[in-house]
Design a binder for this molecule. Structure first.
Ligand SMILES: Nc1nc2c(ncn2[C@@H]2O[C@H](COP(=O)(O)OP(=O)(O)OP(=O)(O)O)[C@@H](O)[C@H]2O)c(=O)[nH]1
Ligand SMILES: [Mg+2]
Length: 383
């Protein structure tokens, strides 16, 4: 009598799966091979590389943006680095930071109005400066200006700081896309009707195709408003217009709480979800747009990502991204917390959740290509 065994292949790379030799291709633990659902089984290598990403990805900087920044450096210009406080980690592009390291820099920490009511400005200023210092840059809290770009008084304050710091040199407004650079420059022009006696022009920056607005201070120097660097690892970059309108924050985010124990997860609308794999009961304070329902659910037999996607496909979970059709459209990050402290975990452009970290293992499922970050606000503030 012949014994017939089904040959199983890795769902991702197609290699024949085996559970005999970990050093050979296609290895997967025996219990997975025997018990996993028919369709979704990954070899260890793909599981590590593709699905359980170890590192968040950072968007590549356009080569022309590097040309522009190097030119600003040559001119010994003042950099005004506008960061979006609601999507703060998007500001940290290591190529940008490497170039501007050592340059005269002011940071405008914008969209303060989107942070929860009662957020302390001085603490945020300290935090932003510390976060910049963590990248290796020199940054004093005094050089961080908290702003809501619409506010005339802040526009005046920022302009006064620019005049004080620029030393007769050019000024480059830089930052990631949608951080509020143009809004800030419009406020400058509204508040300072006599800012420029020369013509304001928007033209490709020399040596590049980047459209840059140039507001002359005098015959020799100008303020340049640059286009933002890419945000393709942010939710905002991946949204269609209708969904964008639904989840784009325009007023202070309201904290909401969800509690999880292992075996449970919470959905963030139809965009992302957080699974608790291990650890004590934990309350997560969530900072996402109100239109994103935080739905708490038990993980039943079906793999949680299959269930999530199937509910999206049935139209049960909304809002979502039109291109999420299968589990392959999601990236998964696993975070093991080893220390005890207050911790934030964020999904770039979407929001974040905060909790008392104490040995939890979490998996965060996000649309493919979207980065997550984690920070330890209190620890970072320690000198
Ligand atoms: N709530 C809030 N929204 C802001 C603030 N500043 C800008 N925005 C909004 O953020 C969005 C992007 O603003 P822009 O000024 O176009 O951003 P930008 O940095 O010039 O973007 P790019 O030119 O794409 O790099 C717009 O919808 C603005 O209305 C702010 O301080 N608070
Ligand atoms: Mg702009």
């Amino acid at each position: 009598m012949a014994e017939i065994n089904q040959i199983r292949r890795c769902y991702n790379c197609g290699v024949v799966l085996q559970s005999d030799d970990p050093s050979k291709e296609g290895y997967v633990k025996k219990e997975f091979l025997e018990n996993a659902s028919q369709n979704f089984l990954f070899c260890d290598k793909c599981f590590e590389n593709e699905r359980y990403r170890k590192r968040s990805n950072e968007p590549l900087l356009d080569a022309e943006y590097i040309t522009l920044l190097n030119d600003a450096k040559k001119k010994d210009a003042l950099i005004v680095y506008v960061v979006n406080l609601f999507s703060f980690e998007a500001a940290f592009n290591h190529q940008v930071l490497e170039i501007i390291d050592g340059m005269n820099t002011l940071v405008v920490a914008n969209k303060f109005d989107l942070l929860p009511k009662g957020t302390n400005k001085d603490e945020i200023r300290e935090y932003v400066a510390h976060r910049f210092r963590a990248t290796g840059m020199k940054m004093k809290a005094d050089n961080v200006i908290i702003s809501s770009a619409f506010d005339d008084e802040t526009a005046r304050e920022i302009m006064a700081r620019i005049y004080e710091a620029k030393n007769g040199k050019d000024v480059f407004i830089v930052g990631s896309a949608l951080s509020g650079k143009s809004t800030l420059v419009s406020s400058f022009l509204r508040v300072f009707s006599n800012l420029s006696n020369g013509n304001i022009v928007t033209a490709p920056y020399p040596g590049t195709h980047l459209n840059v607005m140039q507001i002359p201070f005098n015959k020799k120097t100008a303020l340049y408003n640059t286009p933002g660097f890419s945000l393709d690892n942010s939710i905002l970059y991946n949204l269609d217009k209708a969904t964008m309108r639904e989840i784009y924050l325009t007023k202070a985010v309201k904290p909401r709480e969800v509690s999880l124990t292992p075996g449970f997860c919470f959905y963030i609308g139809g965009i992302a979800f957080v699974q608790m794999v291990d650890g004590p009961r934990t309350t997560f304070t969530c900072y996402f747009h109100d239109n994103l329902n935080l739905h708490h659910t038990h993980i039943v037999r079906k793999a949680p990502d299959e269930r999530f996607v199937s509910q999206i496909n049935k139209g049960i979970l909304k809002p979502t991204l039109s291109w999420i059709k299968t589990v392959k459209d999601l990236d998964v990050y696993e975070i093991k917390i080893t220390e005890s402290n207050q911790r934030d975990i964020g999904i770039l452009g979407l929001g974040w959740f905060s909790f008392n970290a104490n040995g939890q293992v979490l998996r965060i499922f996000v649309p493919k290509g979207v980065s997550i970050y984690h920070s330890r606000p209190k620890l970072l503030l320690k000198k």
